[in-house]
Design a protein around this ligand. Structure first.
Ligand SMILES: Nc1ncnc2c1ncn2[C@@H]1O[C@H](COP(=O)(O)OP(=O)(O)OP(=O)(O)O)[C@@H](O)[C@H]1O
Length: 315
């Protein structure tokens, strides 16, 4: 039985499409009110996971509960509690943005006001435009609007900002933050790791259908993956040192004046993610050990180093 504090519970989930194993033994929970980012390379199994949880695909084995219901048995009342933004949408009919949203609003007991949703996705000027006359990014905003019109308890966002311009992405992030503030639980997949870092509370990283890591966004990968690098220039030569105490090193470097080109580089979620995937794909290779922030920002550099060694780096 799922606790009330759990929006999604997945245990040992597996899925095969004929001979293709898309998911193998995936286990995770999403807590109520949490934004959980499911990350992984193309073909890793993210959409398959989402589609099983939406009740759109049957699993091959394992257990899943979404808002306390097995998605294979979820009826209309359960579906009305979900918001879904699929990776790809069907051909738009000859209806305007406002007509489409008003039509979908009619399916829900307590929908958001149509104009409020249009404003939330930044389509006020296009409200009366036929959807098929919108740009790709604008249509994607309609998809997002349709996903939130029913005031969902749980929102599935499968690569929601593909095709968005940078301003629209920022606007979308604000929208997601406001939904989160209202208590909406969110499952997000995205290839934009900055988006996952901005929005996610926790992340699961999936590769070849297996969950290879899970944890808080600021902890995933473990402490070794997050050791900062201090970089500076000395007599025109770029030097860097990986250290858990960057402040002390900077103070030491600054004793004789302002160091040239000083930077403290903290590995981003993208750096950590790329290292986890490399470790998974090449467990025995030089590239995978030790976890190294420098290498994450310069993946071509074949050097290995100890945590405290100072390095001369090709400029
Ligand atoms: N309908 C299908 N029939 C057969 N195989 C499928 C089907 N859908 C997905 N697959 C396969 O299952 C695996 C997982 O695909 P899935 O779409 O879940 O990956 P994904 O992580 O969402 O990828 P992307 O980032 O490219 O969207 C892939 O090997 C894919 O080819």
């Amino acid at each position: 039985m799922t606790e009330n504090s759990t929006a999604v519970s997945v245990r040992d989930l597996s899925k095969s499409y004929g001979g293709v194993t898309a998911l193998q033994g995936v286990t995770f929970d999403i807590h109520r009110g949490e934004t959980f980012a499911l990350l992984g390379p193309n073909g890793a199994g993210k959409s398959t996971t989402i589609e099983i949880l939406e009740g759109y695909r049957d699993r091959s084995s394992g257990h899943a509960e979404v808002l306390g219901v097995d998605p294979q048995k979820g009826g209309i009342a359960w579906k009305a509690r979900l918001g879904i933004v699929l990776q790809s949408t069907g051909e738009p009919g000859a209806v305007t943005v406002r007509e489409q949203l008003a039509h979908f609003a009619g399916f829900y007991a307590n929908p958001r006001p149509v104009d409020e949703v249009i404003a939330a996705v930044g389509l006020e000027e296009k409200a009366g435009t036929l959807i098929r006359k919108l740009s790709g990014g604008q249509r994607r905003r309609v998809d997002v609007a349709l996903g939130i019109i029913g005031r969902p308890e749980l929102l599935f966002l499968d690569e929601p900002t593909t095709g968005f311009d940078p301003e629209a992405r920022r606007q979308f992030w604000e929208l997601i933050r406001s939904l989160k503030a209202e208590g909406t639980s969110i499952l997000l997949t995205t290839h934009y790791l900055d988006e996952a870092a901005q929005l996610g509370d926790r992340a699961g990283i999936i590769a070849d259908g297996r969950l290879i890591d899970i944890g808080r966004i600021d902890e995933i990968g473990g402490p070794d993956a997050r050791v900062p690098v201090v970089r500076w220039r000395e007599s025109g030569v770029v030097r860097e040192q990986r250290t858990t105490a960057p402040g002390l090193l900077v103070a030491e470097l600054a004793r004789d004046g302002e160091p040239d080109g000083l930077e403290v580089i903290r590995p981003s979620l993208e750096d950590v993610y790329l290292q986890l995937i490399a470790d998974y794909e090449h467990p025995e290779s030089e590239l995978s050990a030790p976890r190294d922030a420098h290498r994450a920002t310069h993946p071509g550099n074949p050097d290995s180093r100890s945590d405290s060694a100072e390095e001369e780096v090709p400029a």
